[in-house]
Design a protein around this ligand. Structure first.
Ligand code: A2P
Length: 319
């Protein structure tokens, strides 16, 4: 199976990227160095992660001023929900590019189909009662048009969307096909209908939390009382890993690749960072793929559940 998605203009998006959510700056810089060493060239961040400067420092050390090296990288960041208004897109994009300290981005994504109120200096604005300050006036298609316009500037090669439903994807694709759809996707939340919709529209799909984001799952379990299993400990995953003499994480990532997806696993450990990109020399059988498909729990398997944030679920663009 191919190691890249071919994008418009002959650009290539590596199908294994490096996720950077929830890592402190120092840890992240070291992890990115280890990832570059291990052969990662696709790096995923977001304005909302507040780590663009740290990622930029590590990437720029590797680029060392050589444009040929910059070209080898595929750098992705995202418009924060607080910037989900057409007139704010340019400002937030410029801020990301400045913090990353890059001349251009490879891919810029609309992070969410809903918006937060624009509060300068606060990317996660909350009301006094702890609910998110949701902006109900935002218009998905108008923001998408602003992203498309951004592409004309030449400072971003591709634009796409994240966390949208199949219905929303179809709506934006009717204007212009997104270069990428990034959503939560892993063995317990396999999203078969959304995968089929993206494939029908020829939109490359990138899976986030492909290993089940243990820390986030634990936090959600603690809040909701809902028990959430560790994907890496699932008996089927363990059994298949043993049969191939591979790590459970490699089985989960290979499962995503063989479904035709890209994935952006996150690790801060050099050995696991290397493991997560060493996926090209074994193949899961059809029987194993079926066994993994059977682990899907649908919506109950979702970890990054936006409906969990009061207010967001009432937004007109919330799926
Ligand atoms: P660590 O950073 O200590 O390796 P996701 O990409 O789904 O968000 O999952 C990230 C979590 O999975 C992190 O807690 C990370 O911990 C862990 N992880 C990443 N790669 C592996 C691996 N190959 N084996 C076991 N755990 C892993």
């Amino acid at each position: 199976i191919p190691e890249y998605f071919e994008l418009e203009g002959g650009d290539r998006m590596p199908r294994i990227g490096f996720g950077t959510w929830q890592a402190s700056d120092d840890v992240l810089e070291k992890a990115v160095e280890a990832a570059l060493e291990a052969g990662y060239r696709h790096f995923d961040t977001a304005r909302a992660y507040e780590n663009e400067a740290a990622l930029g420092r590590a990437l720029n050390r590797w680029i060392a001023g050589d444009p040929a090296r910059r070209k080898q990288l595929f750098v992705v960041t995202k418009l924060p929900p607080g910037g989900n208004r057409p007139e704010l897109v340019q400002e937030y994009f410029d801020a990301s590019l400045r913090d990353l300290n890059l001349d251009y981005l490879d891919l810029y994504l609309m992070h969410t189909p809903f918006a937060f109120e624009h509060v300068p200096g606060d990317l996660h604005p909350k009301n006094a009662d702890g609910t998110m300050k949701v902006d109900h006036s935002t218009n998905l298609l108008e923001v998408w048009k602003a992203l498309l316009k951004l592409k004309e500037s030449g400072r971003v090669r591709h634009v796409g969307v994240s966390n949208v439903s199949a219905e929303q994807l179809a709506r934006v694709a009717a204007l212009a096909r997104p270069a990428c759809l990034q959503v939560e996707l892993h063995a317990l939340c396999q999203q078969p209908a959304l995968v089929a919709a993206a494939q029908r529209l020829a939109v490359p799909l990138v899976a986030y939390s492909p290993l089940g984001s243990k820390a986030l799952a634990d936090a959600l379990a603690a809040k909701t009382g809902r028990e959430y299993p560790d994907l890496l400990q699932l008996p089927a995953v363990q059994r298949i890993a043993q049969a191939h003499a591979r790590a459970p994480a490699q089985v989960l990532l290979r499962h995503a690749l063989q479904r035709g997806l890209a994935a952006i696993p996150k690790s801060t450990n050099p050995t696991r960072i290397k493991q997560n990109i060493s996926l090209w020399d074994f193949t899961l059988s059809e029987a194993e793929m079926s066994e993994l498909a059977a682990l899907d729990r649908g919506e109950a398997g979702r970890i990054c559940d936006f409906a969990f944030f009061p207010g967001i679920e009432k937004h007109p663009e919330f799926p």
